[in-house]
Design a protein around this ligand. Structure first.
Ligand code: NAP
Length: 277
């Protein structure tokens, strides 16, 4: 980036109006008095490659990517980080001065740093984890838990085939649990993560029996609307450490912002409030 140019970044998806990333990065740009801009850009799938290749030529240094483009951008990139390759999707693109594209996935980073910040006593290697759901977010969570050295990952998904696919990709640390037995699989875990959309505003409620939740567990819901889902309320009620999903969204933005704008931003209470507005 030329020293004279004002760096631009943004987030693309289709649709994109719901994205909280402009509030997130906008808050940081203001907080650190950085001359730069971050905007939402709605790009239809057919226009994706052409539009992304144009961006570096008009001053963009990077781009966040959300649904439905997270997998496709891996194929457009000149360089793909190991974690994006393992997850099979990217959410953070960084443009070189020659227009080259680096694709990274910071969802797992966001997941881990959210728990480190909000459950400081979390000791994930001291026992099994239960991951509920086997979609795109589950992939990032599983890759992170394996990286951390979690000894066993119990994986339960409504559609067994998707869980079996992840077991085949990520190996024998992953043990498949039948959807009807997900509640029993909570027993003996240190970490329980909901990666499904269950419990989100407008979606069905979580139906998994939660009686086995207990104090000493760290329980995380990736859903953040509402912040306190019934799943997290059940965890808090038995003295488990309940961590909401908003922190994951905030932390996943850190590596991209640092790369694009040159300052490592912090995840603070003010940031949470700004993004919730
Ligand atoms: P996805 O790839 O579409 O996967 C959706 C998952 O939810 C699948 O496991 C699916 O099971 C399950 N599911 C959906 N409806 C269900 C139902 N009625 N009963 C049982 N299971 C159901 O979506 P994703 O990208 O993984 O996202 C999942 C959730 O994580 C969303 O709520 C998203 O907002 C949230 N998320 C949060 C963050 C964050 O930063 N906090 C980041 C990423 C995602 P089947 O395979 O059986 O359909």
């Amino acid at each position: 980036m030329s020293a004279l140019k004002i760096p631009l970044a943004g987030v693309t998806g289709h649709p994109i109006a719901h994205s909280k990333s402009p509030q997130l990065h906008g808050h940081w740009l203001k907080a650190y008095a950085i001359k730069g801009h971050y905007i939402p850009i709605d790009i239809a799938p057919d226009d994706l490659e052409r539009s992304i290749r144009l961006l570096p030529t008009i001053g963009f240094v990077g781009l966040n990517v959300t649904l439905p483009h997270k997998e496709v951008v891996i194929d457009l990139a000149d360089e793909v980080t190991d974690r994006a390759r393992a997850i099979g999707a990217a959410n953070t693109l960084t443009f070189g001065s020659d227009g080259s594209i680096q694709a990274d996935n910071t969802d797992g980073y966001g997941f881990v740093h959210n728990l480190k910040q909000n459950a400081p006593d979390w000791a994930p290697t001291t026992g099994p984890a239960l991951v509920i759901g086997a979609g795109g977010a589950a992939r990032a969570v599983i890759v992170s838990l394996i990286d951390l050295g979690v000894p066993e990952i119990r994986l339960s998904n409504r559609t067994p085939k998707r869980a079996e696919q992840l077991r085949a990709e990520f190996g024998e640390t992953v043990k498949i649990v039948d959807w009807s037995e997900a509640g029993d699989a909570i027993e003996g875990t240190k970490t329980v993560v909901n990666t499904t959309a269950l419990g989100m505003v407008g979606k069905p409620e979580m139906t998994i029996p939660l009686d086995a939740l207990s104090a000493g567990m760290v329980v995380n819901d990736l859903v953040y609307t509402p912040l306190q889902t019934p799943f997290l309320k059940a965890a808090s009620a038995v003295g488990a450490t309940a961590v909401d999903g908003l922190g994951m969204l905030l932390h996943q933005g850190v590596p991209g912002f640092e790369r694009w704008f040159g300052t490592r931003p912090e995840v603070t209470d003010e940031l949470r409030a700004a993004v919730l507005k």
